[in-house]
Design a protein around this ligand. Sequence first.
Ligand code: FMN
Length: 397
Amino acid sequence: MLSLCGLLPYPSPAGGRGEFFDFIQEHVLFIPFTPFEDFVMSKLFDSVHVGRYTLQNRLVMAPMVRSRAQFDGTPDELAAEYYSQRASVGLIIAEGTQPSDDGQGYLGTSGIYTDAHVVGWKKVADAVHARGGHIFIQLMHTGRRSHPDNTPHHRQSVAPSAIAAETKVFTPKGEQNTPEPRALSTEEVRQTVQDYRNAARRAIEAGADGVEIHGANGYLVHQFFAPSANTRTDEYGGSIENRARFAIEVATAIADEIGADRTGIRLSPGTPLPDIDEGVDGPDMFRYLVTELDKLGLAYVHIMHHGNDTLLADIRNLWKRALILNRPGRPREQIGMDVASGLADLESYGQMVLANPDFVERLKVNAPMNAPDYSTYFGGGARGYTDYPALNEVERG
Ligand SMILES: Cc1cc2nc3c(=O)[nH]c(=O)nc-3n(C[C@H](O)[C@H](O)[C@H](O)COP(=O)(O)O)c2cc1C
């Protein structure tokens, strides 16, 4: 059977799909686009400026921890293969990666603060670049969503306040409750900002194109936003301005270190986590935060949308640069709609990219997607990581 590989790259759908398209239509499982779908999809394949880069399309791989790093947090060759397989998305945002020992919450996550980490990430970045892709590393400090059994120093976790997260975490001894963290002193908060700055510098040293600050999903930055996790009485707690201060200081420090045009941030207003309550003024805090971040000139804001459409529209108006939108569980038939409507400049996808190394190519020809295997999301080796077949491999049987 003919390998489809030799027929890549595919022409843009707007200009006719060519030989590859015809082959797929004839031999594989192609469902023709309607004219409306054609219009919606074609915009996704336009190039787009994000920060200092021109990306080949508007599709983004959402950050996903896969817990396959070496014991010291260094990503290995398999990670390089995994990300390079997915390099045809416009931007890869690599897995949540700790900026320090304190920042680790889970087993097997990557770090970006030692020489070994830089060596490991360099292999990843080089492999992605060799296939024409762009990669940002997500800086994830888990704060209180951690356990001493999972960190290199085995110390009590740190957080805005000494309030335990209402969650369990997988440890070498099995699943355990996340214990009460220690509240960072004001001086330690400032030091933590420097940890992010250092990690961003190391990411660039490793050849990454930039970093994304993880300000979502109940981790450290988000803990500062939420009165349910932050009862501080210094300048990092209380008012909207104070709760947003840590995120702004982290963004400012990173932008100063590596350039605002290589710095992005992810936010998830209204995250449905039992222990994260952003308060009645939560939406206003996000409006204030986005306004302040916009002044820094960051490359992008990446919103994981949880349903407050008014707030999302406001963020779109307040934010003058690239907006990446993630709608968890977005059905296949809605892909492209936020870019087509102008609500977003780019759309990010997690699980579909995880399970489809050739996600972009499959979208272009409206081919079916591989289903993800949940059992291999976290930990393990190549299975469920680098062995999802691309269309050409399906064809080869
Ligand atoms: C295995 C897995 C790991 C994830 N790890 C992260 C992470 O490190 N950082 C983050 O911001 N979101 C993380 N997420 C959330 C995804 O980025 C994404 O927002 C989510 O999967 C919803 O999008 P989707 O429906 O397109 O998958 C993770 C999701 C999955 C499935």
